[in-house]
Design a protein around this ligand. Structure first.
Ligand code: NAP
Ligand code: ZN
Length: 346
């Protein structure tokens, strides 16, 4: 057993505190990872605040994990001590259902085991990456390419794959007009990846305050959604819209920006329902879809794609004492563009 230093929260309105958590002894296929960096995803905040339903506190969030393998179980074949690895939003699945066999473990028919706020196959609550160590079965570990530093690798494990997967699935590429709603952690990755895929990229942000950054990330166009003119001007424009907004928005207004046969994919996950005016769909045979992270094979593919195209997130590294402050700033849309915890400060 390994005792890891961690940061935990005890309730929806509670601050983070120092904690110690136990990581299990290595099973045959387990890998022990010394976590170096952990990203802060808005999903951590939704969960820690209890917005998505009941949580068993104390909770250690964190599903954007980058570190080094320090020990391996006796039958591990994929990794060895010293390897640079990552862990994302899930740490296990049944491995046997139709979806798992397709490599879509995130859609496991028996439910995947989330990296935190879940229960593992031993019946123990899972605790996430705001900690110094984690034990994960080798099948849910990915390899970080040598050219990607560990601090910038961390956000790829959720923000990267959650945007890569729908861009890939819905065919973002040359000749496709893609809009990204919300320029936060996910949104800025969506811009960089869609640009590298060859699509024409438009950012739809609340204001123009981050326009220069957006264009530098690879956007071709940038509009403020607070300006009514934006919706008139862009009506019927896009083949694909990726909505990364963490709050409830008027989704019908955004659906009206899709061209014939266009798709709006919601990756943002506010707890409140989004009301759809069906006329915004039927007029141009539009689709309203959702997408959740990506499978393990696709996560590795995304990391390799990012290495090949020199794509890394834009991050602000913080110490463990700054997590509460970082949450406040994310909630105020004051994040450029992902907070990453240096776990040596745990
Ligand atoms: P984030 O960094 O906070 O980015 C969200 C962005 O949405 C903000 O930067 C802001 O962009 C915009 N926004 C926030 N509040 C808004 C409001 N009231 N009206 C309009 N726009 C608003 O969050 P994130 O980490 O990227 O996560 C985004 C969402 O995706 C969260 O709900 C998270 O839980 C979810 N998520 C889903 C998956 C999945 O698998 N589907 C995976 C990870 C995260 P501007 O300042 O540019 O307007
Ligand atoms: Zn996430």
């Amino acid at each position: 057993m390994t005792v890891a230093k961690a940061r935990a929260v005890d309730g929806p309105d509670k601050p983070f505190r120092v904690a110690e958590i136990k990581r299990r002894d290595l099973d045959l296929h387990d890998v022990l990872i010394e976590i170096k960096y952990a990203g802060i995803c808005h999903s951590d905040i939704h969960t820690a605040h209890g917005e998505w339903g009941e949580v068993n506190y104390p909770l250690v969030p964190g599903h954007e994990i980058a570190g080094i393998v320090t020990d391996v179980g006796s039958e591990v074949t994929k990794y060895k001590v010293g390897d640079r690895v990552g862990v994302g939003c899930m740490v296990d699945s049944c491995g046997d259902c139709e979806n798992c066999r397709k490599g879509e473990e995130q859609y496991c028919l028996k439910g995947n085991v989330p990296t935190y706020a879940g229960v593992d196959k031993y019946g123990e609550p899972t605790q996430g990456g705001y900690s110094t160590h984690i034990v994960v079965t080798e099948d849910f570990v990915v390899r970080i390419p040598d050219s990607i530093e560990l601090d910038v690798a961390a956000p790829l494990l959720c923000a990267g794959i959650t945007t890569y997967s729908p861009l890939n699935h819905w065919g973002a590429g040359p000749g496709k007009k893609v809009a990204v709603v919300g320029l936060g952690g996910l949104g800025h990755m969506a811009v960089k990846i869609a640009h590298a895929m060859g699509a024409e990229v438009t950012v739809l942000s609340q204001t123009l305050s981050k326009k220069e950054d957006g264009l530098q990330f690879g956007a071709d166009n940038y509009y403020a959604t607070s300006d009514e003119e934006t919706f008139k001007k862009l009506a019927g424009s896009f083949d694909l819209i990726i909505n990364t907004v963490s709050a409830k928005i008027d989704i019908s207004a955004y659906l009206s920006l899709l061209a014939l046969d266009g798709t709006l994919v919601n990756v943002g996950a506010p707890a409140e329902p989004l009301a759809v005016n069906v006329f915004s769909l039927i007029g141009h045979r539009r689709s309203f879809a959702g997408s959740m992270i990506g499978g393990i094979r696709e996560t590795q593919e995304m990391l390799n794609f990012c290495a090949e195209h020199n794509i890394v997130p834009s991050i602000e590294v913080i110490s463990a004492d700054q997590i509460d402050e970082a949450y406040e700033r994310v909630l105020a849309s004051d994040v450029k563009y992902r907070f990453v915890i240096d776990t040596s400060t745990m």
